[in-house]
Ligand binder design. Structure first.
Ligand SMILES: Cc1cc2nc3c(=O)[nH]c(=O)nc-3n(C[C@H](O)[C@H](O)[C@H](O)COP(=O)(O)O)c2cc1C
Length: 183
């Protein structure tokens, strides 16, 4: 895949919140997690954990969680809960790791998952507006495992609509903030 195709893949990914009935296979989910653990991580902490729910086994649990998820009206075929192991993060990267880098790390892992899922014909949506207590209880998370982001995924019922992005020039600052000229 050349750079043009990679950019096309990146621009083609959309947040989708409604999916077909088609299930996501455990093999596909495993491949997505494989992409996640190849993300970079601060201090190479790799302090991430992924709790995967799929509709083969976990439909009841997903049905119970979905009403607590902002933006979602239907239970998705699969969920990946991206968590940070705060003990591991602290041991590897200290205060900066716990307060900042762990979240950055799982964000990078999330983007790997979202792009690969898109390349595999699936769609995803990142969700952060969940109730942490509900999630902790439902997933039986130990105290040191912090749920930071949810990815819902499946095969899209409809193509997502791309929210407009401003021209790239608007957000580029050459050398100093506000400098719009590269020469
Ligand atoms: C960190 C993060 C949190 C998000 N949380 C939610 C959420 O709670 N509910 C939701 O419906 N969408 C959520 N989204 C999806 C955004 O609304 C979406 O990415 C944005 O509108 C841009 O659309 P696009 O992903 O199709 O480019 C979240 C996205 C990110 C990156």
């Amino acid at each position: 895949m050349d750079a043009v195709e990679i950019l096309k893949l990146i621009k083609g990914r959309r947040s989708v919140r409604r999916f077909t009935e088609k299930k996501v296979s455990p093999e596909a989910l495993r491949t997505l997690i494989e992409s996640a653990v190849w993300a970079p991580s601060g201090s190479n902490a790799q302090a991430w954990e992924f709790v995967v729910l799929e509709s083969f086994e976990d439909k009841g649990l997903m049905d119970r969680l979905t009403p607590f998820l902002p933006g979602l009206s239907e239970t998705p075929p699969a969920m990946i809960w991206l968590c940070v192991d705060m003990e591991k993060e602290k041991a590897k990267a200290g205060k900066l790791g716990v307060e900042v880098m762990g979240i950055m790390d799982i964000s990078m892992a999330a983007q790997n998952i979202m792009l690969l899922a898109h390349g595999m014909g699936m769609a995803t949506c990142a969700i952060r507006g969940f109730n942490e207590d509900v999630v902790r209880l439902a997933l039986e998370l130990p105290e040191h495992i912090s749920p930071e982001l949810l990815l819902v995924l499946g095969y899209p019922k409809e193509p997502g609509v791309a929210p407009a992005r401003p021209p790239v020039e608007q957000n580029i600052h050459w050398c100093k903030f506000g400098n719009k000229s590269s020469v």
